[in-house]
Design a protein around this ligand. Structure first.
Ligand code: SF4
Length: 359
């Protein structure tokens, strides 16, 4: 991966937060994603959330797997610890890192391919263990990095860039997380920063696994088949002298709408997504009701957004195992009593990856 660093110098009049940082201090490298990709809006929301929470960037561990979404940790919090794992294995590395150092703020970024196919079992067990992390699933229904194959979250009947219809049922990450007992479940839209920033802040502050599914349009793989200027038509009618592709520059899709209302958002291909924001009197502490609410609106073709479920008495993996209140690197030698030996050993066993978190 090639990184283009942004200049660190900034205007002295930029406002600093309580930790003494400007918003620009939370930025990362220049994004190499397609212009208008929803994932860049999510990175901007993470930057804003960390700035508003007065987080020290070096207290954060940002982790990802493989895919367009998993490139994004390079584009925020350049001073944070980072680990780009192999495909779908981010939850295991996050579990190990958290076991070794529960003081780090863990932000995992993944995609629908990374989380709902190859990494599905990994994600399920991180939810089951209630690993203390914000897990952001950037959901666009395609494998963008490998040219737009359907992912497991693609809706049945939706068409690919080549016009093929998806015949399989979708895996809905939110319903799955609710079923598995996740203690924080939310859904938002990349272009709705008014909703997304507070959700990410709440996810970071939640003690336990906070699952945030963000609908994030892929601007490159949703052009339509009927056009004579479409990728599919052009490929059929041209002689290729070199394998190349053109990524059009598109505007980021944004939206802003009130609680309890429905908003139709037009995607770049002319298709629509119907977003319903939870009403202000919605009770997010009832898991069964949350599930029924999502299903009820799904039948009407609506995607419900907002904080869908939270367990405020959540006990994370450290609470459940009654671990000592110290990161392994910081545990004084005299405290490593027999009593702690087996716990320490198991924490060492699952935290072998932590050495890679050093900058
Ligand atoms: Fe984003 Fe799609 Fe481009 Fe990947 S291919 S960077 S998901 S717009």
């Amino acid at each position: 991966m090639t990184f283009i660093a942004k200049p660190k110098l900034h205007h002295p009049s930029l406002v600093k937060n309580k930790a003494g940082y400007t918003r620009r201090d939370y930025e990362g490298a220049v994004s190499t994603l397609c212009a208008g990709c929803g994932h860049d809006s999510i990175s901007a929301a993470i930057i804003q959330a960390c700035y508003e929470l007065d987080i020290e960037p070096h207290q954060v561990a940002k982790l990802s797997g493989i895919g367009c979404s998993s490139k994004t940790p390079a584009y925020f919090l350049r001073e944070a610890h980072g680990f780009n794992t192999v495909h779908g294995r981010m939850p295991a590395v996050a579990t190990g890192a958290n076991a070794a150092n529960g003081d780090l703020i863990m932000i995992g970024v993944s995609g629908d391919g990374d989380s709902l196919s190859i990494g599905l079992g990994q994600m399920c067990h991180a939810i089951r263990r209630n690993v203390n992390m914000a897990y952001i699933l950037e959901n666009n229904g395609v494998y963008g990095l490998t040219k737009g194959q359907f992912s497991a979250s693609a809706d049945p009947g939706s068409t690919s860039k080549k016009g093929e219809a998806n015949t399989m049922e979708a895996i809905d990450g939110v319903l799955l997380a609710l079923t598995l007992g996740a203690t924080f479940v939310a859904r938002s839209f990349s272009g709705d920063k008014h909703q997304l920033v507070p959700i990410i802040k709440a996810a970071i502050m939640h003690r336990g696994f906070a699952f945030v599914d963000v609908i994030s349009p892929c601007v490159t793989f949703n052009d339509h088949e009927g056009s004579t200027k479409s990728y599919a038509h052009t490929r059929e009618h041209k002689v290729e002298v070199v394998q190349a592709d053109f990524v059009p520059i598109r505007e980021e899709i944004t939206t802003d709408y009130a609680a309890g209302t429905v908003q139709n958002v037009m995607l770049h291909d002319g298709g629509w997504v119907k977003l319903r924001k939870l009403a202000e009197n919605y009770d997010p502490t009832d898991r069964d009701r949350a599930y029924a609410h999502i299903r009820e609106h799904q039948k009407k073709g609506e995607v419900v957004t907002g904080l869908l479920y939270i367990n405020e008495a959540s006990k994370d993996v450290h609470d459940q195992n009654d671990t000592v209140d110290a990161a392994l690197y910081n545990l004084p030698h005299e405290q490593r009593s027999e009593e702690h030996t087996s716990e320490l050993q198991s924490r060492v066993d699952i935290s072998y990856a932590v050495f890679c978190l050093k900058k």
